[in-house]
Design a protein around this ligand. Structure first.
Ligand code: ARG
Length: 260
């Protein structure tokens, strides 16, 4: 090898190694990105007690709930901080796909449709759809809902379930809390949502009751954590955390804390 080609080779090697080093510092997947930032960003819709809701004490407003505790356990396992972004439920999957959040912990049901766009962990809670009406409502069974105004949160499985009611007048809302305000003020006749969440709202809205109807229930139920497509490592860690929480008894403690 003459001196000229040796120098050329040296330069090529140098440039190539600089290029590779550059690639190495750029995270190639969510898990690396999270570890490098030292924070995992969870997206949620904090209108869903006891899973996630705003707790206001004096002038301090914090988002708390079962999902937040699960998310904190995930952050702890990764050795990073948890950051919470609160948004309308329908914005969560787009936010995950565009990388604005790293995971969705929002009582989200892993439906086949959603699974085309995001990856889901194992289920961490079970749930089913119920109907909430005023105590003095003439609505008693599924047929009574015909032609009635039924409020649901946009983009949820509750919306899908309510669409099955014949001649229904759907009132699609961004926030679950608005549905309860509407029912209270006579702007709708019923709400379709998940049983556990209905129970939590009814602690505040004493003039309402829960009706379970087999016709309204979907085969799809339960809740899982969503991550961007292809993040196998992150899903595996989340599944381990769920499994460990259950095995250690911590999970039961959380259930007692939030669902009693
Ligand atoms: N489980 C239902 C769904 O996945 C409703 C979830 C609503 N969650 C919320 N945080 N508002 O569609």
């Amino acid at each position: 090898m003459n001196k000229k080609s040796f120098t050329a080779l040296l330069i090529i090697t140098l440039v190539l190694s600089l290029f590779l080093a550059g690639c190495g510092s750029k995270p190639t997947n969510t898990l690396e990105k999270i570890k490098q930032k030292g924070v995992i960003v969870m997206g949620t819709s904090a209108d869903f007690p006891p899973f996630e809701f705003h707790k206001v004490e004096g002038n301090k407003d914090t988002i708390v709930g079962f999902d937040i505790d699960i998310a904190n356990a995930i952050a702890k396992r990764l050795g990073v901080k948890l950051e919470i972004k609160d948004m309308d439920f329908k914005g969560l999957i787009p936010a995950l796909q565009s990388g604005r959040i790293d995971m969705i912990v929002a009582g989200m049901t892993p439906t086949p449709d959603r699974a085309e766009n995001v990856d889901f962990s194992d289920l961490y809670y079970n749930s089913q759809q119920v109907v909430v009406v005023k105590n003095d409502s003439p609505i008693l069974k599924f047929d009574d809902l015909k032609g009635k105004t039924v409020a649901v949160q946009i983009g949820t499985t509750s919306e899908e379930a309510a669409k099955k009611i014949p001649d229904v007048n759907l009132k699609q809302l961004n926030r679950v809390g608005d549905a309860f305000m509407d029912l209270k003020n006579g702007r709708c006749d019923a709400i379709v949502l998940e049983d556990t969440v209905a129970n939590a709202y009814l602690k505040e809205y004493k003039d309402m009751k829960i009706l379970s109807m087999k016709e309204i229930n979907t085969e799809e139920g339960g809740m899982a954590v969503a991550v961007a497509k292809g993040n196998k490592e992150l899903v595996n860690i989340i599944n381990e955390v769920i499994k460990d929480l259950k095995a250690s008894g911590e999970y039961d403690k959380l259930v007692d804390k939030w669902f009693k």
